[in-house]
Design a protein around this ligand. Structure first.
Ligand code: G1P
Length: 271
């Protein structure tokens, strides 16, 4: 059973500078609602019971967003506005599910995952990268259903433009399960166009095995001096661990770049 989800939130957000020099990108509104709330809703709908936020001291505003009781109580006493009351209740509901851990140095996604080592209870857990919004269909829910059947690790996948392979984790296929699901042969983080094994990219939804922590404790820095989750996954696959690439059905929105972020609001407003 997949009950816990982790969300790395300690990244610097350099692709969205200058606003991210003072404000966490995950709180930026997408069609009026902080991006992180879409991710939380995806988790809840997928049956997740506990969400672990990996933040940094620089991104404490994210924690404050969920723990601003004094402010709400004062306002509600004064205004008795139903909308504000409902928003407060929603935030209270969310925070009951959220635990916070810290990654104060941005050493990469692999390092962020490692910070949750002592909290993860089951053999598998879900990870969502908040830059990747998937709308119209709950990708996490579909992956959890697939996991129930196959009992192995899964990564969300999408075909990308060949010219952009160096922006993604890229994998090669081993064998077909059905139209949308394949076992993975190998995966490499942000390869050059020349070295990319395909243009099948990994998108930010992962069902990972607890044993990845063992790999991460020994994981050396990879591309751009960061500890990548992809490198640890690669090691597990090479040792025979099964990983499925799941082509998701929803629409992908890249909220991690300015042009993608602007487009996201437009797309979400159409739903
Ligand atoms: C991360 C992963 C990469 C994956 C991507 C999906 O990269 O390292 O393998 O393809 O998310 O969005 P990042 O966006 O942190 O550069």
């Amino acid at each position: 059973m997949i009950r816990q989800a982790i969300i790395p939130l300690a990244g610097l957000g350099t692709r969205l500078l200058p606003i991210t020099s003072v404000f966490p990108k995950e709180l930026l509104p997408i069609n009026g609602k902080p991006g992180i709330e879409y991710i939380i809703e995806e988790c809840i709908e997928a049956g997740i019971k506990e969400i672990i936020f990996i933040i940094s001291k620089k991104k404490e505003l994210i924690k404050r967003y969920f723990y601003n009781d004094q402010f709400y109580k004062k306002i509600i006493r004064k205004k008795r506005d139903k909308r504000i009351l409902n928003e407060y209740k929603k935030i209270q509901k969310y925070r009951k599910m959220i635990k916070f851990v810290y990654q104060n140095k941005p050493k990469g996604t692999g390092d962020a995952v490692l910070k949750t080592r002592n909290i993860i209870k089951d053999n598998f857990f879900l990870m969502l990268l908040p830059d990747d919004l998937i709308i119209q269909k709950n990708c996490s829910k579909d992956m959890i259903l697939l996991h129930k059947k196959k009992k192995c690790s899964i990564m969300a996948s999408m075909l990308v433009n060949k010219k952009t392979v160096n922006r993604w984790g890229i994998y090669s296929k081993k064998s077909k399960i059905n139209k949308n699901n394949f076992y993975i042969k190998d995966v490499v983080e942000k390869p050059s166009i020349k070295l990319a094994p395909s243009n099948n990219a990994v998108i930010g939804r992962y069902i990972l095995p607890k044993k990845i922590f063992l790999k991460l404790t020994k994981q050396k820095k990879g591309k751009s001096g960061e500890i990548h989750i992809t490198d640890a996954i690669r090691k597990l696959i090479n040792e025979g661990e099964l990983f499925i690439a799941h082509t998701f059905k929803g629409k992908y929105l890249d909220c991690g770049t300015m042009s993608g972020y602007i487009k996201s609001s437009l797309e979400v407003s159409k739903i």
